[in-house]
Design a protein around this ligand. Structure first.
Ligand code: NAP
Length: 500
């Protein structure tokens, strides 16, 4: 049974969102009273100040999660399922409000933010359904002597770390399977976007999540807070979404504690357009794979390899489509491209574009930052990009599409795979055999065939190589939060069976 959600958001804008730390029984200030400011990247306006947790708060939060673990693990799957289902209903009932909060603190256009709310909510619904389908196995040893009964148990208290680019969906993609499996959590959201996570936590409380199951520490000192959890010996699992560089630091810490690890890390997605592709479909696919979230997505197409016969036509049409996109404050009607997250992100994009231009690339559109307040950068298409440009080996995380012609498929595959990352690849062709052949040869965890979108809660999201370990979503998403336990039970007449 689900509660009837209240369709009215608590307050307009970010007003009314808790700004403290969620520790055990409730919300509180940082123990040393510290706070930090959350800024709107479109205007520079300070939206709120939130508690800035330190080591003592981190310890308390983990203690809260540890204390709640045993009783939470014993709850009925249906009980956990219904909490998630209520949270789904509440998130969807407050879709407009949550979208506005996200646009305010992160910058993405309102329409995209609404899409993220629906995507994020779907993880709550998906895992509410998975919670009641956790199953084990039963078999007999080869010699017939013993029964083997395999059960699944929650791994225990989890450390969850999320980035700023999809603040709601990256939260629910971890929290929902952890709740479904019966794990307690300490969550550290990105400091640029804590308000979305805090609003979600309030909704989960309203949905009936018991005290101590979810604990949240906002902090400007991630390294200290998280290291504290990792070295505690009490956290059993780390689930991290963020850059490969930070993922490696956390994997080293996890090794010392032999912790289960799920890593959703960076990408450098190739986008291959074969000579037989439908160019309209490829251009539209490129716009979605490049421009979702202003290019600040791990799935963003980073390198566009286009067959030389259609490279010019594709580049010009892509440039024309990108030039039409409306750049501005994501709250404004009709805006399709919001600001980048901060000044450093914008400077990084400009440095990469300048490097490519200095090596002979041509900007078909964009290429210079937009003046005025906010961290805006225009949609940019670069042609004739030299293969040794920094753009090709760096995750751009901005609205820049470099187009590189290729001669044959072997060359396209070799270039596509010539990277340490392996999250996602895109390919466009009208030949089904070619589609299967190329997707098998791409060293990635996900392939978009004639589409620029792969993310879906029903699908296993994740990468290979340095893009990560494990999968989020789909049927396997809950496995990341479960351990196997096997019971060995001798059969009554096993000795007899074994001797036959
Ligand atoms: P980031 O710098 O790695 O930060 C991610 C999170 O880790 C933040 O909450 C950050 O907090 C925290 N963090 C940083 N240093 C830490 C440390 N030493 N110990 C513990 N936590 C630490 O990444 P980002 O710039 O926020 O996000 C962009 C990256 O995420 C990109 O590479 C993108 O591809 C990747 N990403 C991957 C996926 C995926 O599913 N594969 C999805 C989204 C994003 P502070 O900011 O306070 O340092």
């Amino acid at each position: 049974m689900t509660a009837t959600p209240n369709p009215t958001p608590p307050q307009p804008g970010v007003t009314g969102i808790p700004t403290g730390l969620l520790i055990g029984a409730g919300w509180r200030d940082a123990s040393d009273g510290k706070v930090f400011e959350v800024e709107c990247p479109a205007t520079g306006e300070v939206l709120a100040t939130v508690a800035d947790g330190g080591p003592a708060d981190a310890d308390d939060a983990l203690a809260g999660a540890v204390a709640a673990q045993a009783s939470w693990a014993r709850t009925a799957p249906r009980y956990r399922s219904e909490i998630l289902r209520r949270a789904y209903d509440l998130v969807m009932a407050r879709q407009d409000w949550l979208a506005e909060v996200m646009t305010l603190e992160m910058g993405k256009p309102l329409a995209e933010a609404k899409g993220e709310v629906a995507y994020a909510a779907e993880f709550l619904r998906w895992f509410s359904e998975e919670a009641v389908r956790i199953s084990g196995d039963h078999t007999t040893t080869g010699d017939g002597g013993n029964r083997i009964i395999v059960t699944r148990e929650p791994v225990g208290p989890c450390v969850l770390i999320t980035p700023w680019n999809f603040p709601l969906a990256m939260g629910t993609r971890k929290i929902a399977p952890a709740v479904a499996a019966g794990c307690t959590m300490v969550l550290k959201p990105a400091p640029q976007t804590p308000l979305t996570s805090l609003a979600l936590a309030a909704i989960l409380q309203e949905s009936g999540l018991p005290e101590g199951v979810l604990n949240i520490i906002n902090t400007t000192d991630a390294a200290t807070v998280v290291q504290r959890w990792m070295s505690s010996g009490k956290a059993r699992k780390i689930s991290f979404t963020g850059s490969t560089a930070v993922g490696k630091v956390l994997l080293r810490q996890a090794a010392d504690a032999v912790m289960r690890s799920s890593m959703e890390l960076g990408g450098n997605a190739p986008f291959i357009v074969c000579a037989d592709a439908d160019v309209d479909t490829a251009v539209e696919g490129a716009v979605s794979a490049k421009m979702r979230n202003m290019g600040e997505a791990c799935t963003a197409a980073n390198r566009m390899y286009v067959h030389r016969d259609i490279a010019r036509e594709f580049s010009e049409r892509l440039a024309a489509r990108m030039a039409e996109l409306n750049v501005g404050n994501g709250l404004d009607e009709g805006v399709q491209v919001g600001p980048l997250i901060d000044a450093a992100a914008r400077s990084k994009v400009q440095r990469l574009v300048d490097d490519a231009l200095s090596r002979g690339a041509t900007a078909l559109t964009g290429g210079r930052p937009v003046d005025g307040p906010g961290y805006f950068y225009p949609p940019t298409v670069l042609a004739d990009v030299a293969p040794d440009s920094d753009l090709m080996t760096t995750e751009v995380f901005g609205p820049v599409a470099p187009v590189i012609p290729f001669v044959d498929e072997d060359e396209a595959v070799a270039r596509a795979n010539d990277t340490d990352w392996g999250l996602v690849g895109y390919l466009f062709t009208q030949d089904i055999d070619r589609a299967f052949d190329l997707s098998e040869r791409l060293e990635v965890g996900m392939v978009g065939v004639n589409t620029g979108v792969v993310s879906n809660p029903a699908a296993p999201f994740g990468g290979i190589k340095q893009s990560g370990l494990g999968r989020e979503g789909g049927k396997v998403g809950i496995d990341e939060f479960l351990e196997y336990k096997y019971l060995s039970i001798p059969r009554r007449r096993g000795r007899e069976a074994a001797s036959r």
